[in-house]
Each structure stands twice: as structure tokens, then as C-alpha cells.
Design a binder for this molecule. Structure first.
Ligand SMILES: Nc1ncnc2c1ncn2[C@@H]1O[C@H](COP(=O)(O)OP(=O)(O)OP(=O)(O)O)[C@@H](O)[C@H]1O
Ligand SMILES: [Mg+2]
Length: 430
């Protein structure tokens, strides 16, 4: 009987042989202290880049899964806090619930708030350091605006229109803008219709018109003032942390477009910084882009595809993404057919190095996560019964059961309820 057996000690190396997928040697000492590895009691230290460089993880991107109120945001905040001592890291955070204010104060971060009629605009058409507008970004924005995948003609038309508008603006030494793009799509010039192969000019015009009208939503109505002109963000992109406060943005469409544009902004900021560092001969800081509440815009068609392409880029650009969802099926909520949804998840997981799983609320959600990662019913049950201060960490092929540790100081900065009472960070638009 179990109780009659004598207790015995083993090293993690022996335990690894007995439970190959569960216990393992540590990840090393590079990274942030997270807590205790419950299978061996050792300190659990993690850095997504170190795990990737060591060949353990398939990418530096991260995903957090877990039900409401289980500690997803708390972990994002603690990681940012503990990272503040590293000069070689930058964090960009999207804040949908206005809960990251105290953290920004603690790490000397910079915040930017977006709301209708506010002073700040983020122009998704701002060219990168190489002078071009990111095609995949604009496809993501257009997909979000149309609410469906773009047709081949629309893609061709959009890419050509973006190129034409960009060339004209760059010639005049200014940023191309979404209203200019909308105008061109609604009244295409011969230069544009020639680039889209269609049966007739009239047919091409009709197709581009639908796209133009969809994008017009970003210029008129409830979303006006947020994307429809050159970027006005006066922000120190070199701050240890930058936050985009989206708590005043109500529409999921605007939220999705802003999250996608923000990812591209941080990538651009990182590329500009990388060029500068190379010129000065100093190491380039890595940038992490944390998208808390990513489940909200996930239902918008096209958004998840943009994440997949951003994840792919992370290897070469030194930027990594973190997306937080309640459950796996949230991610493909915007994809109608099952095959495409499965393909999308495959694409995302190919470049996800670290998956942190908090408690799952339903057996379906637990089963979905466990089976995607190749685990059976034991992991499924663990996912259903995790305590609020514990999570399963899947890094490459290995799984850790980790007890997260939080200091009293961190609690005061990171616990939403306490933070709301002490700091009263909720702001109303001017
Ligand atoms: N380890 C913990 N022990 C006790 N309370 C905790 C712990 N972690 C978080 N909490 C409490 O639970 C609340 C919710 O945590 P958190 O905001 O991190 O969850 P979440 O997973 O991001 O939830 P949501 O999906 O609603 O955003 C926190 O405000 C805090 O008060
Ligand atoms: Mg949260």
C-alpha cells in the first residue's frame, strides 16, 4: 500500500526518468524568478528568450490560458515588475481594464490613453524605418473592418492602394493616412484598377468599394479620432514599459485594430532602437508585447491571422508576444470553418515557446488544452483543480507544475482589487 512505503529522495535527474514529461532539470538560472517547481521544490526561473536560445522552446512567444480571475494579469504584472532591473528588456502592454496604472508608476513606465475625441491618434499606416507600410498589418486591419477574410482581388487592391498612398505621402514628407486610403478605394484611379486583375474596371471598382466602406468605419462614427490621421503619440518608446490604455474603447473592432496597430508600433520602435544600438555598438534590448484580454478581439475575423504572422516575425526581430485568453477555443472564435481554425492554431503553436495554464473552468476547455499539448486525463484533471497561486508551464516538450510566489509589495501593485482601492487609477476622458 502507498502509505506503507518508505519515503525516499531522488534528484530531479532521476525523477525525470520516471516522469519524463513532468519533472525535469531546471531551465537554468537565466530569467525571472517565478516561484517553486512543485515536482522538485527547486526555484522556477524563466525567460522566454533564454528558453528559446537553449533550444528548449520553439519560440520566445508566450500564451496564457485560464478562467476568469485566476491570476493571468497578476502574472503579467509580476513578470514586468521583476524584469525592471534588466536593462536589456522592454515591455509593451495593452490595458483593456485600466488595471496597469500602479505597475507603470512602479517601473517608470509611460502610458498612452486612447478614446473617442481624445488627443491621441495611432496611425496604422505610419511607415516603418524602411519607409514602407506593413502590408500584413493593413490586411489585418482591413480583415477586422470587413468582418471576414479578404478576397484575392481585395488583397491585391489593398496592397496596391497602400503602396500608392504611401508613395504620394512619402514624396511630400508626411505620413500616409487611413482617410487617404479610404478615398482612393472609394474612387479608384486608373493606376489602382490596372493593378487589380478583374473582368472589368466596373467589377474591380465594386469590389474595392466594399473594402473602402468597411475601412471608412475607422474614420467616421464611434471610432473617429483614433486612427484617422498621423500618429500624435508623444511617448518615450525607450521607457522600460509602455502601456496602451484601451479602457475607454468600447467596440471590439476598434480594440482589435488598436491591438494589431500597437503590435506593429512596438515592432517599429524596436527596429528603430535596434538600428541605433547597432550604430553605437551596444546590445539591443529585447521587446515583449503583452496582450492581456486578447480573447476580446479574437472573435474579429482576421485578427488571429495577424497574430500568427507577428509570432512568425518574432524570431528575426527580437520582439516576442504574449497573448492571454480564457480558453483555447477563444483564439479561433473568429474563424468560421473548423479546418481553417485548426490550421490557425497549428500556426500559432509552431511559434509559441511557453504556455502558462491557470485553472480551467469547464471539462471541455481542460480537454481542449490538454489534448492540444499531447497530454491525457491527468493533466486535464490538474487543469480543473489548480489553485489560484499555481499554474502548469509547458515549455517545449516539458511540463512544470509551478507554485507562484508574490511578495507583499507586489501584491499592492498587482492585485486588481487592492490596486483599485489604493491608487484609484480609473480616469474619465477629458
Ligand atoms: N495568488 C493569489 N492569491 C490570492 N488572490 C489572488 C491571487 N492572484 C490573484 N488574486 C486575486 O484575484 C484577482 C484576479 O486576478 P487577476 O486579475 O490576475 O486574474 P485574471 O486571470 O487576469 O482575471 P480576468 O480574466 O478577470 O482578467 C486579483 O485582483 C487578486 O485580488
Ligand atoms: Mg486579467
Amino acid at each position: 500500500m502507498w502509505g506503507e512505503q518508505e519515503a525516499w529522495r531522488v534528484s530531479t535527474a532521476h525523477l525525470q526518468a520516471t516522469y519524463p514529461a513532468r519533472a525535469s532539470a531546471t531551465l537554468g538560472t537565466h530569467g525571472i524568478y517565478i516561484g517553486r517547481d512543485l515536482s522538485g521544490g527547486a526555484a522556477f526561473v524563466h525567460d522566454p528568450w533564454a528558453a528559446y536560445n537553449a533550444g528548449v522552446a520553439m519560440g520566445a512567444n508566450m500564451m496564457i490560458l485560464g478562467a476568469l480571475g485566476q491570476g493571468k494579469s497578476g502574472l503579467i504584472k509580476r513578470r514586468a515588475l521583476r524584469q525592471r532591473l534588466r536593462r536589456d528588456r522592454r515591455v509593451g502592454i495593452t490595458d483593456v481594464k485600466d488595471e496597469y496604472g500602479p505597475l507603470m508608476e512602479a517601473v517608470d513606465g509611460e502610458s498612452l490613453a486612447l478614446y473617442r475625441g481624445g488627443p491621441t491618434r495611432l496611425n496604422p499606416m505610419r511607415p516603418g524605418p524602411d519607409g514602407t507600410v506593413a502590408d500584413e498589418l493593413m490586411r489585418g486591419v482591413a480583415g477586422a473592418a470587413t468582418g471576414r477574410a479578404l478576397t484575392p482581388a481585395e488583397r491585391a487592391g489593398l496592397d496596391a492602394a497602400v503602396e500608392l498612398v504611401t508613395a504620394a505621402a512619402v514624396g511630400e514628407n508626411r505620413e500616409p493616412t487611413v482617410p487617404e486610403l479610404v478615398k482612393l478605394l472609394l474612387a479608384p484611379t486608373a493606376g489602382l484598377t490596372d493593378r487589380v486583375v478583374g473582368e472589368s474596371d466596373a467589377e474591380v471598382r465594386k469590389e474595392l468599394r466594399e473594402l473602402g466602406l468597411a475601412l471608412k468605419q475607422l474614420v467616421d462614427g464611434p471610432m473617429s479620432g483614433m486612427f484617422d490621421g498621423p500618429t500624435t503619440a508623444a511617448l518615450n518608446w525607450n521607457a522600460p514599459a509602455v502601456r496602451l490604455d484601451l479602457s475607454q474603447v468600447r467596440e471590439n473592432l476598434a480594440l482589435g485594430v488598436l491591438m494589431v496597430a500597437w503590435m506593429a508600433f512596438l515592432r517599429q520602435a524596436h527596429e528603430t532602437r535596434a538600428e541605433e544600438c547597432e550604430r553605437l555598438g551596444i546590445p539591443v534590448p529585447k521587446t515583449e508585447r503583452d496582450n492581456d484580454e486578447a480573447w476580446r478581439p479574437a472573435a474579429i475575423p482576421g485578427i488571429a491571422e495577424t497574430w500568427v504572422s507577428e509570432y512568425k516575425l518574432s524570431r528575426s526581430t527580437g520582439t516576442a508576444n504574449l497573448l492571454a485568453f480564457h480558453k483555447l477555443s477563444d483564439i479561433s472564435a473568429g474563424v468560421a470553418d473548423g479546418t481553417a481554425a485548426a490550421k490557425l492554431l497549428d500556426g500559432l503553436f509552431e511559434d509559441t515557446g511557453t504556455i502558462v495554464m491557470f485553472k480551467h473552468k469547464t471539462p471541455e476547455a481542460a480537454h481542449e488544452t490538454a489534448s492540444r499539448l499531447g497530454h491525457g486525463s491527468t493533466v486535464e484533471q490538474t487543469l480543473m483543480s489548480l489553485r489560484q497561486d499555481q499554474a502548469l508551464w509547458q515549455i517545449g516538450p516539458r511540463l512544470w507544475h509551478v507554485h507562484h510566489e508574490t511578495t507583499a509589495y507586489e501584491r499592492s501593485v498587482t492585485y486588481t482589487d487592492a490596486a483599485m482601492q489604493e491608487h484609484g487609477t480609473t480616469r474619465s476622458p477629458a
